[in-house]
Design a protein around this ligand. Structure first.
Ligand code: KIV
Length: 272
């Protein structure tokens, strides 16, 4: 089975729409630093998301709310230096776009100018319509994010599946249409029923990237630390682990400690 239909030297927002048209699934993965992004990019991941999940997996916060715009720009600029092929999308963090559209535009401009990233991502639908419009009018590509939107976790109360009820599902469909009409180049759908996600993907011309949204969408995204098994305590049903790095790293680091304590490291060959 062929997995890639066309070679892309550099993935652009246009390439993603083309992939959807050609029924080529889009791969998206997070990265927050240069070394990881280099590996992710070399593995031909189409989109690298500098997610505000950095707040969880890098900084150890319980939610994505505390991470700042300056911190996101620092992570993004490290990733941009590594990404030779992937499109780099950066989350605008909580508190940097919700209050008014001018602030949203200023935040998006800072991300683009100071990190060199290619696009931004924002969470929400009709509530942030003006902000999305203003950022797009400045020529900055915007990706939407609907369903479970972690920046609103205190409104939801839990990280359970969203849009199971008819009313919330209808609003999600309307929001997806609105984001498409405004000019967003894609939408992330997080933790919603697979049937609803497929319906949305079939109703819009822009790519729908799912996380916990089933296989009927145009692509998939995961947090790289989850995929590699570094976050061993996080076990949602949607997660497929490709490694158990937590165990492998713990073993390697324990061996190092043993070798230092026993004076085995460094040996003669490892000395000058
Ligand atoms: O911040 C993030 O990593 C995300 C993905 C989970 C989609 O928004």
């Amino acid at each position: 089975m062929s997995v890639a239909k066309k070679e892309y030297k550099r993935v652009t927002v246009k390439s993603l729409v083309e992939m959807k048209q050609n029924e080529e699934k889009i791969s998206m993965l997070t990265s927050y630093d240069y070394s990881m992004a280099k590996i992710v990019d070399a593995a031909q991941v189409d989109v690298i998301l500098v997610g505000d999940s950095a707040s969880n997996v890098i900084a150890g916060h319980e939610t994505t709310l505390p991470i700042t715009l300056d911190q996101m720009i620092y992570h993004a600029s490290s990733v941009v230096r590594a990404a030779k092929r992937a499109l780099v999308v950066v989350d605008i963090p909580f508190g940097s776009y919700q209050s008014d559209s001018k602030e949203a535009l200023r935040s998006a401009i800072r991300i683009m100018k100071e990190s060199g990233a290619h696009a931004v991502k924002v969470e929400g639908g009709s509530e942030i319509r003006q902000s999305v419009t203003r950022i797009l009018e400045a020529g900055i590509p915007v990706m939407g994010h609907l369903g479970l939107t972690p920046q609103s976790i205190y409104k939801f109360g839990t990280y359970t599946v969203r849009a199971k009820e008819e009313r919330e599902a209808e609003k999600l469909k309307e929001d997806a249409k609105m984001l498409e009409e405004l000019g967003c180049f894609g939408i992330v759908l997080e933790k919603i029923p697979a049937k609803l996600a497929q319906e949305v993907a079939e109703s819009v011309s822009i790519p729908i990237i799912g996380i916990g949204a089933g296989n009927g969408v145009d692509g998939q995204v995961l947090v790289v630390h989850d995929l590699l098994g570094m976050t061993h305590e996080f076990n949602p049903r949607f997660l497929r682990r490709y490694m158990n790095l937590y165990e492998d790293m713990s073993k390697a680091i324990s061996e190092y400690v043993t070798d230092v304590k026993s004076r085995d490291f460094p040996n003669e060959n490892e000395s000058y």
